[in-house]
Write a protein that binds this ligand. Structure first.
Ligand code: SAM
Length: 275
């Protein structure tokens, strides 16, 4: 008999045939599993939601990292909130000018499971430029020094449990406070097909915290609806989108053309967020 995993959304879902269950467990924050699947390779699941798959994680991690990092004129100090699988940190470290990456992940178990079962995603967490802190990103941002970072990336779960506060207006203002004068912020902001109301809220919070804020989109096969949104906020004076340098390293999705084109939004999204 075949074994299937189904991520259930409100009234639909995504199913994938499972070769093997590599890990199942839970932490004080969430249930977690690592599945070996026929179509997507290894898959990290938190509280029943697909976080990443071996097959398509490059799409998400390249776009969450490279669009903001190439928007900033010279990113050296980067903060990543969430992202305990290590994929976003891996992409950030490809930028030769980056000198320091601080990862603040609330759940130590996610780091442990990713290191054990997803080494090709988590491998960079042991890079000497990286410092990993296991604490609440909300508290870290609240206590960090003003102007401390060039780029802040929020690679969080969707707004449930400990991630709810990462989508609150005060958190966006806190991230703006700890960014330098040309600082750049980016967060994952859900599906334009299933989370349009969330995107509207995030857009409002971002505009209240940054002089400029724009959404950009990317395909992510294993996420609800297959397209994902990201919100980029900038304290700089240049209009968005900005792509200041060509990638001098290997990518599999990100290009300068994709960077600029990803800010073109479908009409229904533009209308929903007020043009
Ligand atoms: N790429 C995935 C997505 O878009 O759904 C998210 C990847 S990563 C696994 C999400 C991480 O955010 C989880 O490991 C979770 O523990 C972490 N997280 C949630 N709330 C947090 C908080 N308040 N502070 C720090 N990390 C948090």
């Amino acid at each position: 008999m075949d074994l299937w995993f189904t991520e259930k959304y409100a009234d639909s879902g995504l199913a994938m045939k499972v070769r093997d269950v590599l890990y199942r467990g839970e932490s004080p924050f969430q249930k977690m599993a690592v599945l070996d699947t026929f179509a997507f390779g290894k898959v990290l699941v938190l509280d029943g939601a697909v976080m990443l798959t071996e097959r398509d994680e490059f799409l998400y991690h390249e776009m969450l990292a490279h669009v903001p990092l190439f928007t900033h004129h010279d990113p050296k100090r980067v903060l990543v909130i969430g992202g305990g699988d290590g994929g976003t940190v891996r992409e950030v470290l490809r930028h030769p000018g980056v000198e320091e990456v601080i990862l603040v992940e609330i759940d130590e178990k996610v780091l442990e499971v990713s290191r054990e079962y997803l080494p090709q995603v988590s491998g960079s967490l042991s890079d000497p430029r990286v410092r990993v802190l296991c604490e609440d990103g909300v508290r870290y941002v609240g206590e960090a020094q003003a102007g401390r970072f060039d780029v802040v990336l929020v690679d969080s779960t969707d707004p449930v449990g400990p991630a709810v506060a990462l989508f609150a207006p005060e958190f966006f203002k806190g991230c703006s406070r700890i960014l330098g004068p040309d600082g750049v912020f980016a967060c994952q902001s859900g599906s334009p097909f299933f989370n349009l109301n969330l995107m509207k809220d995030v857009h409002g919070h971002a505009l209240a915290a940054f002089p400029r804020a724009r959404f950009y989109l990317a395909p992510v096969m294993a996420y609800p609806g297959g397209t994902w949104s990201f919100l980029l906020g900038s304290k700089g004076s240049s209009p968005l989108p900005q792509c200041r340098r060509e990638a001098a390293f290997e990518t599999r999705y990100y290009t300068r053309g994709i960077h600029l084109a990803s800010f073109a939004l479908p009409k229904f999204v533009e209308e929903a967020i007020g043009g």
